[in-house]
Design a protein around this ligand. Structure first.
Ligand SMILES: NC(=O)c1ccc[n+]([C@@H]2O[C@H](COP(=O)([O-])OP(=O)(O)OC[C@H]3O[C@@H](n4cnc5c(N)ncnc54)[C@H](O)[C@@H]3O)[C@@H](O)[C@H]2O)c1
Length: 322
């Protein structure tokens, strides 16, 4: 089959391209390198069936000839990373909403299927855990910048639902905290890659707040399996799915596991949220997915345990730093 992957140079997009290409499909990737890495694209270019477009998803004219060709669009490009939400909320909302609108309009014009990657953040601080796809979304005030990402993805979901009503085949996936090789380990990346880099460089692992906040971490390979199924199964069309794992882990516990499996003596320090994120931040205490829809319709089951996934990811970061 033929696919377009937006955000192809990013963490999850590059894994998705790799899996689709390894299954002998033809893949076009687009990325503007606002965050993604040219090195990942160079690795993908070893596949003869990979073509890359350097540019923004907002440039519809660049995408038009590719969209005519392909069967499915996986739309992953977005402005991602909690620190970026508090640094430039206007960019987050504009990019995430306008990119999705551009993709949907082109998909409508050529009658193509879209898999849109949303996020567990859309549930906001809803206390209704585990989160069900038809559950409520609860946000704080507009002045609290941290909600801009959740709102941008929520707005993009509403656009998707609007186009579904007009007959376009769309699947919406809500990812829960993805980790694995190639994840960004800078201040803008996820907590696992940051902890691993700190453990390996013997710097104390920085826990924000008291570390009692929980997440359900999901290995990128599990996420890719679910994402590919979502594109292929007709019965998934017009639906929203949580994709993640149900193992609830506090951030403090995560730091302790990473210290243990890495053998690092770096230790743990606690940092108040406002020191890292500034005054316009609010954390989400618990985030757990209900996976029943993904299990029954996509046949999705996360297979990689947190410990195995962390060992594999740690080995990758060790190899990278040599
Ligand atoms: N990583 C996670 O834990 C997680 C959790 C929930 C949802 N998601 C969603 O999954 C998707 C992929 O996330 P990721 O972690 O790989 O992020 P990432 O930042 O690594 O990848 C996003 C990519 O999109 C590119 N991009 C941004 N704006 C663009 C534009 N206008 N045109 C072209 N490319 C553009 C960036 O350069 C980057 O390579 C995102 O939509 C994100 O919201 C990720």
């Amino acid at each position: 089959m033929k696919y377009l992957v937006t955000g192809a140079a990013g963490f999850i997009g590059s894994h998705l391209c790799n899996s689709l290409l390894a299954r002998k499909n033809k893949v076009w990737g687009i990325d503007n390198f606002s965050k993604g890495s040219p090195e990942r694209i160079r690795e993908l270019e070893h596949y003869p069936d990979f073509s890359f477009i350097k540019g923004s998803v907002l440039n519809a004219e660049k995408l038009r000839p590719v969209i005519k060709e392909i069967d499915i669009i996986y739309h992953l490009a977005a402005v991602v990373g909690v620190k970026r939400y508090v640094e430039n909320p206007a960019e987050v909302v504009e990019e995430n909403v306008c990119q999705t609108l551009t993709i949907l309009k082109l998909a409508q014009e050529y009658g193509k299927k879209v898999v849109f990657t949303s996020t567990s953040e859309v549930y906001g601080k809803s206390p209704e855990v585990p989160f069900k796809e038809n559950g409520n979304r609860v946000y704080g005030p507009s002045e609290t910048d941290r909600w801009c990402y959740a709102i941008s993805k929520s707005a993009a979901e509403h656009l998707c639902v609007g186009y579904i009503r007009q007959g376009l085949p769309i699947v919406i996936l809500r990812y829960f905290n993805v980790y694995g090789p190639h994840a960004d380990s800078s201040d803008y990346g996820g907590v696992i890659s940051r902890f691993i880099e700190q453990a390996l460089s013997n710097n104390p692992l920085t826990v924000h707040g008291d570390g009692s906040q929980t997440r359900c971490f999901t290995h990128v390979e599990d996420m890719i399996r679910g994402t590919i199924e979502a594109g292929h199964r007709e019965e998934a069309e017009e639906k929203i799915f949580n994709l993640g794992s149900t193992r609830e882990t506090s951030i403090l516990e995560l730091a302790q596991i990473i210290l243990e499996i890495s053998g690092s003596k770096a230790g743990i320090v606690f940092q108040p949220y406002h020191e890292f994120y500034g005054p316009f931040y609010e954390d989400i205490p618990r985030r757990i997915p209900d996976l029943s829809a993904a299990k029954s319709i996509l046949g999705y089951h996360p297979e990689i345990t947190l410990e195995d996934g962390l060992r594999q990811t740690l080995a990758w970061y060790k190899g990278k730093s040599k």
